[in-house]
Design a protein around this ligand. Structure first.
Ligand SMILES: CC(C)(COP(=O)(O)OP(=O)(O)OC[C@H]1O[C@@H](n2cnc3c(N)ncnc32)[C@H](O)[C@@H]1OP(=O)(O)O)[C@@H](O)C(=O)NCCC(=O)NCCS
Length: 177
C-alpha cells in the first residue's frame, strides 16, 4: 500500500475507513484480490458454481465509476463497500470482507460510514443471495429492512433497504481480534 492514496476521515493511522482512489493500481489490485476471496466464500455458502461477481475482471473493476469505501488495517485493505447513486437512492454494489477478518465488525463499520456520508432522507438499497444469511444479518443489524427479490442467473435474491434519517459518526469496528 506504499503508493496508495486515501482520504481518511477519522481513526488511527493503522486502522481506518477511507475513500479509495481507484486510479491507483495497487488499490484496485488489492480490492480485486479481496473481493475474489470473499465472493468465493459467498459462492460456496449459496451453492453457486458460476457466481457472477467472481467473473469481474481487474480491468472492469478499474473502470468502475462507483464510490469505494475501504477498511484499511496496517496498510492492507481488508474490507470494501462500493456504491452508486441515482438521485437520493444509493445502491450498494459490493460489500466484501477478507475471510480471515470475518466477524470483527468490519462490514458493520463500512455500512455505518456509508450512512455518515449520506444526507438525511437518502435511501440505501442492496441485494444479496437469499441464502446468504451472514450478509442479511449484517444488514439487518444496521437497521435494513428486507424483501424477497427476483431470481437472477438462478440465484434468488433478497432486497435490502434503509432510509437514512440522520448521521452516525462511528467508524471503528465493534471489536477487534
Ligand atoms: C457478509 C460479510 C460482508 C459480513 O462481514 P463481517 O465484517 O464479517 O460482518 P460483521 O462482523 O460486521 O457482522 C455484523 C453482523 O452480521 C451477522 N453475521 C456476520 N457473519 C455471520 C455469520 N457467519 N453467521 C451469522 N451471522 C453473521 C451477525 O449478526 C454480526 O453481528 P455479531 O457478530 O455481533 O453477531 C462477510 O461475511 C463477507 O464478506 N462475505 C462474503 C461476501 C458477501 O457475502 N458479501 C455480501 C454480498 S452483498
Amino acid at each position: 500500500m506504499e503508493n496508495a492514496r486515501f482520504s481518511p476521515w477519522l481513526g488511527h493511522i493503522d486502522r481506518m475507513v477511507a475513500v479509495a482512489d481507484m486510479r491507483e493500481p495497487s488499490v484496485a489490485d488489492q480490492i480485486h484480490v479481496l473481493q475474489h476471496a470473499a465472493y468465493s466464500v459467498e459462492a460456496q455458502r449459496i451453492g453457486s458454481s458460476d457466481f457472477p461477481p467472481l467473473r469481474e475482471t481487474l480491468d472492469a473493476l478499474r473502470c468502475c465509476t462507483d464510490c469505494f469505501l475501504v477498511f484499511v488495517e496496517d496498510g492492507n485493505i481488508i474490507g470494501c463497500l462500493s456504491y452508486g447513486q441515482s438521485g437520493a437512492v444509493f445502491t450498494i454494489t459490493r460489500l466484501v470482507v477478507c475471510p480471515q477478518h470475518f466477524r470483527r465488525g468490519i462490514a458493520s463499520a463500512l455500512l455505518r460510514q456509508l450512512e455518515c456520508r449520506l444526507p438525511s432522507g437518502s435511501v440505501v438499497c442492496a441485494s444479496t443471495a437469499d441464502l446468504n444469511e451472514p450478509a442479511i444479518r449484517a444488514y439487518e443489524k444496521q437497521g435494513y429492512g428486507t424483501a424477497v427479490g427476483p431470481t437472477s442467473e438462478g440465484i434468488t435474491l433478497r432486497r435490502l433497504h434503509k432510509r437514512i434519517e440522520g448521521t452516525n459518526e462511528q467508524i471503528q469496528p465493534d471489536r477487534s481480534n
